[in-house]
Design a protein around this ligand. Structure first.
Ligand SMILES: Nc1nc2c(c(=O)[nH]1)N[C@H]1C(S)=C(S)[C@@H](COP(=O)(O)OP(=O)(O)OC[C@H]3O[C@@H](n4cnc5c(=O)[nH]c(N)nc54)[C@H](O)[C@@H]3O)O[C@H]1N2
Ligand SMILES: Nc1nc2c(c(=O)[nH]1)N[C@H]1C(S)=C(S)[C@@H](COP(=O)(O)OP(=O)(O)OC[C@H]3O[C@@H](n4cnc5c(=O)[nH]c(N)nc54)[C@H](O)[C@@H]3O)O[C@H]1N2
Ligand SMILES: [Mo]
Length: 728
């Protein structure tokens, strides 16, 4: 038989790094033979190694291609293949049974990432469950609850960042816990940093690790103890105020509450002046370096303080973000080209992004269970509602239910796009709850046999973005991408839209959808900035024409009389009126450094003296690509430990070590390096939890060590975690 001609399909890799990068899929006879990326005119939308190596994820022998039913114990991972009919009848039957016996609030929907498209997302199953009567959902955004809560308090909105191409206009860029060379942070961010550097910008990294971004772009690295960033930023404010470097005119025009903040910084309020010496003792950063950075940030204009979200994933992480916001105001860097509002620096997905794409998730729907509780007071953490447990509280909710004061008993769990037993703190606690026998039915929609999928009663196989149609939006730059179906689905795997439609049918839901997959995409395009659907589909990319890089709050700054900030006062709220009304002493309305738990002053530090952070890893997108042979060869999972700490413990590079605390233990090789500060160890997040027969993790999963205690603003405190390390 003659071979058919090769076709090249342009699509977007909207994987859960949030990159949105262009891929060119070479397809022949229904098989993707080769993947390339953008090699056209600049600015390209160039993909990283993960997108280019996607074939090994797509065609992995481990892909789940058929529905499965559990035959062993929960968690054991023993399944048999069943038909789609049996799988759908079972899942729909269990949803009905649990809803009718216990009420819809007994159905818990656990969902998170996957691909960042507009149609083939977790919204599909949410719609099914909502139309079937409702469901319980968890609150708390793993990535940046702290940053979202703080942005909302200070600026009254989540749309707070400039487009990434505006970085080339900055004269100073501070990479504060921000490492786009690995985390992408929107396609091409590294390229814009490189251009800024070439144009003479000064670039400084404040990070416990000497990151790839620091190595490639920065002139200076300031190592800082995790969770202490607020203290250093306060000391920078102290220097600016003491030396009269702050922009009083900006503060007078656009903000409220600076006087209260100044009193706190100078020690008028609590008798403690937040001097650089004060901060040196807390942060480990020399007072002279803090002073220098304060002077540079106040005098080099424009300056972009890129406030990463990892320092916000700590105990009281929302305070770090609030103080960073305040410094951006003190230096007048908000609403101007080359500046930045110093809001959370990773928010590429609309509707969280800086740029407000005119395209929604149009298949979303209201959840009746949610609405049974009163609307939360303004200023509450994002997603909070009285009848929603925080995602970290789910094990407690499962074990205690109504008897423990929760709104329901948890009887059925639907898991979609969520590697729960890798992604959430204190996995041993979750495993205990899942083995408690309280939950009657669990189904998981997955592409791979994750540690979570092993706990399923039924697994529904979802396909990848190359096997279905979807649309994704740009991250950091203004464009849309059509994710065209390039090949037929592998095995019997199905798209999120198909699975949800089939379940809706079996549940007797009318009005799930009156359109085909393509019909919905057309509808989305109709409501967007894209002029023509068919052209867009054929081309794969639509760039929104902008005469200059989008800058957040430009209107508010240029013409404040007609453009108030969407806060209660209409100004940037250094003093948050909403937080004042919440009256929670742990959420002070004036940006404050609150001593974190599991920091070096915690008594626990005597037993577990090292601070563990878990960075996002270059070769994975969270838990995705974890088993990818090429990427694993490129950089295997290891515990990063400083030479000094390794020497103290007799650890050599490559030795197997135990990292442990009172919550759990993991055994993995050590990577001894000068690229992490003494006192801190890094176990990159996303490696799969692999318990041995004693329950000790052998996969190098940091969440057997992290704590489920969350910050008052809802932030997951992954980076506030004390451990000890020893040779295994
Ligand atoms: N390749 C890749 N890219 C990704 C992802 C991925 O898994 N892989 N995940 C995506 C997702 S979902 C998200 S939310 C983002 C996450 O993006 P980030 O949160 O920005 O990523 P991290 O690597 O966790 O942290 C960034 C840097 O902060 C440092 N850091 C950690 N704790 C502290 C601290 O307390 N203070 C200071 N100053 N620095 C600290 C780390 O050493 C690291 O270099 O990345 C996205 N991009
Ligand atoms: N210790 C520690 N833990 C962390 C973090 C940390 O910094 N430190 N970061 C946290 C953050 S910011 C996040 S966002 C979470 C991420 O946690 P998750 O959202 O759980 O991470 P993903 O890897 O996106 O998991 C999605 C899962 O859905 C499956 N899947 C099912 N259907 C599809 C599909 O159609 N497409 C795709 N692509 N996948 C599908 C994938 O195979 C994968 O197992 O982890 C959090 N966990
Ligand atoms: Mo995230």
């Amino acid at each position: 038989m003659a071979e058919s001609k090769e076709q090249v399909i342009t699509t977007l890799c909207a994987s859960h790094c949030g990159g949105s990068c262009l891929l060119k899929l070479h397809v022949q006879d229904g098989v993707i033979k080769r993947i390339e990326t953008d090699d056209g005119e600049e600015p390209q939308l160039r993909a990283c190694q993960r997108g280019r190596a996607y074939r090994q994820r797509l065609y992995a022998p481990e892909r789940l291609l058929y529905p499965l039913k559990r035959v062993g114990e929960r968690g054991e991972g023993k399944f048999r293949r069943i038909s789609w009919d049996e799988a759908l009848d079972t899942v729909a039957g269990e949803i009905k049974r649990v809803r009718d016996t216990y009420g819809p609030a007994s159905i818990l929907y656990m969902n998170l990432g996957g691909d960042l498209g507009r149609l083939q997302t977790v919204v599909m199953m949410a719609r099914v469950l909502a139309l079937a009567g409702g469901y319980t959902e968890a609150w708390g955004v793993t990535s940046f609850s702290g940053g979202m809560h703080s942005d909302q308090a200070t600026y009254g909105t989540y749309y707070t960042t400039n487009m990434r191409d505006d970085l080339v206009n900055a004269r100073l860029i501070i990479l504060w816990g921000w490492n786009p060379a690995s985390t992408i942070a929107g396609v091409n961010t590294g390229w814009y940093l490189a251009q800024a550097r070439e144009a003479g910008a000064r670039i400084i990294a404040v990070d416990p690790r000497y990151t790839d971004s620091a190595a490639a772009f920065a002139q200076q690295w300031l190592p800082i103890r995790p969770g202490t960033d607020g203290a250093m930023l306060l000391a920078m404010a102290h220097t600016m105020i003491s030396e009269g470097l702050h922009s009083q005119a900006f503060l007078d025009t656009y903000t409220i509450g600076f006087d209260k903040f100044r009193d706190y910084v100078m020690g008028v309020t609590d008798g403690v002046a937040k001097t650089p010496q004060w901060a040196e003792a807390i942060t480990g950063v020399p007072a002279s370096a803090i002073k220098n950075l304060a002077r540079e940030y106040a005098t080099i204009k424009p300056a972009a303080l890129m406030a990463g979200i990892a320092p916000g994933r700590t105990a009281y992480g929302e305070q770090y973000h609030r103080i960073a916001n305040t410094l951006a105001a003190m230096t007048g860097n908000i609403g101007v080209h080359g500046g930045d509002a110093a809001a959370r620096a990773w928010e590429s997905i609309a509707p969280f992004g800086g740029y407000n794409y005119k395209m929604g998730y149009i298949l979303g729907t209201r959840n009746p269970v949610n609405e049974q509780a009163p609307a939360p007071p303004k200023g509450s953490p994002p997603g909070y509602r009285a009848n929603k447990p925080h995602r970290n509280e789910i094990p407690d909710f499962i074990e205690k239910g109504k008897a423990g004061g929760y709104h329901a008993d948890c009887k059925l769990i639907a898991v979609v796009n969520f590697s729960w037993l890798n992604a959430v703190p204190n996995i041993n606690r979750i495993v205990r709850a899942l083995k408690s026998g309280k939950v009657e039915f669990i189904y998981v929609q997955e592409q791979f046999m994750t540690p979570t999928a092993k706990f399923a009663d039924v697994i529904l196989p979802s396909n990848t973005f190359m096997e279905r149609n979807d649309i994704a939006v740009g991250a950091g730059l203004a464009f849309y991408g059509y994710q065209k179906k390039a090949i037929g689905p592998l095995g019997e795997s199905k798209s999120h839209f198909e699975i949800a439609s089939l379940l809706a049918e079996r549940l007797g839901i009318k009005g799930f959808s009156d359109k085909t997959e393509e019909g919905w995409l057309r509808e989305m395009v109709k409501n967007s900035d894209i002029p023509d659907y068919d052209q867009f589909k054929a081309k794969g990319i639509y760039r929104i024409p902008l005469s200059e890089p989008y800058v957040a709050f430009q209107k508010q700054i240029e013409d404040p009389a007609h453009n108030p900030f969407p806060t209660p006062s209409g100004k940037i709220e250094i003093y948050s009126q909403q937080w004042a009304a919440l009256n929670n002493p742990l959420l002070p309305p004036v940006p404050t450094y609150v001593e974190p738990w599991e920091g070096l002053n915690d008594p626990l530090a005597r037993k577990y003296p090292l601070q563990l952070i878990s960075s996002h890893f270059k070769k994975r997108a969270n838990n995705q690509f974890a088993g990818h042979p090429w990427l694993n060869e490129f950089e295997p999972q290891a515990l990063l430990i400083s030479s000094a700490d390794a020497q103290d413990r007799g650890i050599k590079d490559g030795d197997l070590v135990r990292a442990f605390n009172h919550r759990g233990e993991t055994i993995i090789p050590a990577k001894v390096t000068e690229r992490i500060m003494p006192g801190v160890v890094d176990l990159p997040h996303g490696a799969w939890y692999q318990p041995d027969e004693k329950g000790i993790d052998r996969g190098g999963c940091p969440n057997v060590l992290t704590s489920e205690v969350y910050s008052p603003g809802g932030a997951y405190a992954y980076n506030s975690c004390l451990v000890q390390v020893a040779r295994a």
